[in-house]
Design a protein around this ligand. Structure first.
Ligand SMILES: Cc1ncc(COP(=O)(O)O)c(C=O)c1O
Length: 477
């Protein structure tokens, strides 16, 4: 019989499929390793099994025990599935940015899920990693998987992913391209392939452009689960021990727009429905292949399926709202209300650590210049070139409200504004129709909104700006 005795036997052993690339025929062939075909739907099944079985061998996890982890989803699904198959309880802590589909998947496997705010500094006690560590301390029989620092994470890829690729390509692979999250995939797979090839295989990381691994400042980005985010208030930025930089020859930055447009292309043109980090990896692999010849062979790792991101990367509304799509050019768009000169200027923005006095001075200067005295505020550093990204537009400040709070003695001019922020300003993607944005502002009675392009704030607009572009579009017709 051609059968398997449990779901655990269906982890890994994923196929390689040739991708059609823009330079196909002239450049190196690119083969994609389809990790979404593993039984739990992602590459993380491998490390879940590897880490749990190592913990069993080490006597850290015993019958009746509880598996605990802070995870953005896929490791959680892998751990929940292996825990279910082996009879353990699983408790998983996730940031609230995680897609609803991923959270529902964990619950479906019977895991208990704790959701905590995303975007907290590493030192914050409510950061998912700190919450998971606390639960592990307080739960008898608990074992914290700790994928970021657990040697069994890269170890699982050294023992499975690397040998599979070597065997499947008959030792012809010359370049491996992979995203870096914990670093487990690239470190374990890369190390095996380097050893097997006598050191000739080149290992290339694909990284969201603002992630610190490729030299970015760590600001938020929109591809889930890849890269390394650094909150501006994080004091010491610690990199995972699962990431072995000595294995990696180069790390290529890929913009969110490139990653997202690449995943959409993979689905529509090649029938491969994969997640955002696969878009990052394929965009980098295409760049690598374009510089190589037909005798080279590139393998790129596609970590998970696009099904769990249908409400994000594959939803035009989501992309349009964040400014990743340019919208319908035949009608007036929100971005048309922002002249290039305004876009080129730094966005007026208050860091939440600024004092009330500093914020009041900025708001008064705005009123004196004839603008609405309202500003977006949040954790983004101010003063440089850096523009706040959508999640950093977490609050707002209005001159009237702040002045009143000072007069009532609720807040002193030397206090930080952070505890007194109002609701975030509405956000519109530059490609959204101006008419819809105007209707929303009118309905909400709001005078200032933020315009986003590629997920970053590029300017502030009000109803009068939208009226002006609508009038101009009407006159042109
Ligand atoms: C979808 C996805 N892509 C990429 C990665 C990064 O892989 P690694 O943690 O092995 O570096 C992860 C890890 O969570 C992931 O879930």
């Amino acid at each position: 019989m051609d059968v398997h005795e449990s779901a655990l036997e269906l982890i890994g052993r994923t196929p390689l499929v040739r991708l059609r690339t823009p330079d196909d025929g002239r450049s190196a062939p690119v083969y994609a390793k389809l990790e979404y075909l593993s039984v739990g739907g992602s590459i993380k099944d491998r490390i879940a099994l590897g880490m749990i079985e190592q913990a069993e061998r080490d006597g850290l996890l015993r019958p009746g025990g509880t598996v605990i982890e802070a995870t953005s989803g896929n490791t959680g699904a892998g751990l929940a599935l292996v825990a279910a198959a082996k009879g353990y309880r699983a408790v998983l802590v996730l940031p609230d940015r995680t897609s609803a589909e991923k959270i529902a998947t964990l619950r479906a496997f019977g895991a208990e899920v704790e959701v905590r705010p995303a975007g907290l500094p590493a030192e914050d006690p409510e950061h998912p990693l700190n919450v998971a560590a606390r639960i592990a301390e307080q739960t008898p029989g608990a074992w914290l998987a700790g994928q970021y620092d657990n040697p069994a994470n890269p170890g699982a890829h050294y023992l499975t992913t690397g040998p599979e690729i070597w065997r499947q390509t008959d030792g012809r692979i010359t370049h491996l391209v992979s995203c870096i999250g914990t670093g487990g995939t690239i470190s374990g797979t890369g190390r095996y392939l380097k050893e097997a090839s006598g050191g000739t295989v080149r290992v290339i990381g694909a990284d969201p452009a603002s992630s610190v691994y490729s030299g970015g400042d760590g600001r938020p980005y929109f591809v889930e689960a890849a890269g390394h985010f650094r909150h501006p208030e994080t004091v010491e930025d610690v990199w995972p021990q699962s990431y072995h930089q000595d294995v990696v020859d180069d790390v290529l930055p890929v913009t969110d727009r490139d990653s997202l447009l690449t995943v959409r292309r993979l689905a529509r043109e090649q029938g491969l429905l994969v997640g955002g980090s696969a878009g990052t990896a394929v965009a980098a692999a295409e760049r690598v292949a374009a510089g190589l010849g037909p005798d080279d062979l590139v393998v790129v790792i596609l970590p998970d399926s696009g099904r769990q991101y249908l409400s994000k990367y594959f939803d035009d509304g989501w992309l349009l709202r964040l400014g990743f799509l340019d919208g319908d050019g035949s009608a007036a768009r929100v971005g048309d209300a922002l002249p290039a000169a305004v876009r080129a200027q730094p966005l007026p923005y208050v860091n939440r650590r600024a004092t009330v006095g500093e914020a009041l001075a900025l708001l008064r200067a705005r009123r004196a210049g004839g603008a609405e005295p309202v500003l977006p505020a949040g954790p983004c550093p101010t003063g440089g070139e850096r523009r706040p990204t959508a999640p950093e537009l977490s609050g707002s400040l209005a001159l009237d409200t702040l002045t009143r709070a000072v007069e009532l003695g609720q807040i002193a001019p030397g206090d930080p504004v952070g505890d007194h922020l109002g609701a975030p300003l509405p956000q519109f993607g530059a490609g959204q129709p101006a008419v819809a944005a105007l209707a929303e502002l009118t309905e909400r009675g709001v005078e200032t909104a933020v315009v986003l392009h590629d997920g970053q704030a590029v300017g502030l607009i009000g109803p009068q700006d939208l009226h002006a572009v609508l009038r101009a579009a009407g006159a042109a017709r």
